[in-house]
Design a protein around this ligand. Structure first.
Ligand code: SAM
Length: 264
């Protein structure tokens, strides 16, 4: 199984993560740089947050996108009519493209879910022409603050959740310098890294809670396995944590991603 991402439908993905990956895509491309012209690849495209951001670069000639999840690839195809975009199912550890075909290869929030991320980075290099740009970003170690709120409530109430709270556990590539070291180890030149911060904004508790429990990702699958009474207890605890001492309403959580860019 080359993917450790628990997927449950494109719509659920967009509600729980796609809304934030759309927000991260622009600062990621600002940091990475996009070639003027040529062909680029979104490796691990999901429902296409980054593919669509790449398509805003009108001088690109072709934009390929690939993901392990058939549903996500289908959702991306439905989402765009841009003739430059071609999406197909594929494994980032064995990219379905020839050597040196791309001028740029990008990967947004993927490498920490890949079972062999070093192989994926080697593949990113293989499909790039010499001098082409590769860039990747993953959430920083420690996880998303708003998801921490959820897992902290779970861990207080559900001792058996220990070890399953994956956003708290160390995912590959999220540690200090790890992403950069992977690109250097794969033989890339001009490796540079940076921290990108976005604000995850929720309108109110329901806007925070319902996408989270939809079933997507580790949180959703853990929640699905609980009986109703324990789900209710968990919702009440998470609600108290979300509200703090205030009434229900908007909350914003600053969230950091680590990014790297390099030249093949
Ligand atoms: C958090 S999502 C990010 C998706 C998209 N890039 C975005 O930012 O919205 C992680 C994605 O990595 C994909 N993925 C994980 N392992 C993969 C692999 N070995 N090959 C292709 N895709 C993979 C999952 O299917 C999922 O779509």
């Amino acid at each position: 199984m080359p993917s450790n991402f628990i997927a449950k439908g494109a719509e659920g993905y967009d509600a729980v993560m796609g809304r934030w990956s759309r927000r991260l895509a622009a600062p990621f491309l600002d940091f990475s740089g996009v070639p003027s012209g040529g062909r680029v690849l979104d490796a691990g495209c999901g429902t296409g947050s980054l593919t669509v951001a790449l398509a805003a670069h009108l001088d690109l000639a072709a934009i390929d996108a690939t993901d392990f999840e058939e549903d996500f690839v289908a959702a991306l195809r439905k989402r765009t009519t841009d003739p430059r975009i071609s999406a197909q199912k594929g494994d980032v550890c064995a990219l379905p493209y020839g050597d040196g075909e791309f001028d740029g290869v990008y990967s947004l929030l993927v490498l920490h879910f890949v079972s062999d991320p070093h192989q994926a980075v080697r593949e990113m290099r293989r499909v790039l022409r010499p001098g082409g740009t590769a860039a990747a970003t993953v959430w920083a170690y420690g996880g998303l603050p708003s998801w921490r709120l959820f897992w902290d409530a779970i861990l207080a109430l559900e001792p058996e959740a220990a070890g399953k709270a994956s956003p708290l556990a160390k995912r590959p590539m999220t540690g200090e310098g790890e992403l950069r070291a992977a690109f250097e180890g794969a033989g890339f030149a001009n490796v540079a890294d940076s921290a990108l911060t976005i604000s995850m904004d929720y309108d109110n508790f329901d806007d925070f809670w319902y996408p989270m429990i939809y079933g997507q990702g580790t949180i959703g699958s853990f929640f699905d396995g609980l009986p109703q009474t324990r789900r209710d207890q968990l919702r009440d605890a998470a609600r108290k944590a979300y509200l703090g001492d205030d009434s229900d309403g908007p909350r914003a959580f600053a969230t950091v991603a680590v990014a790297v860019r390099a030249t093949a």
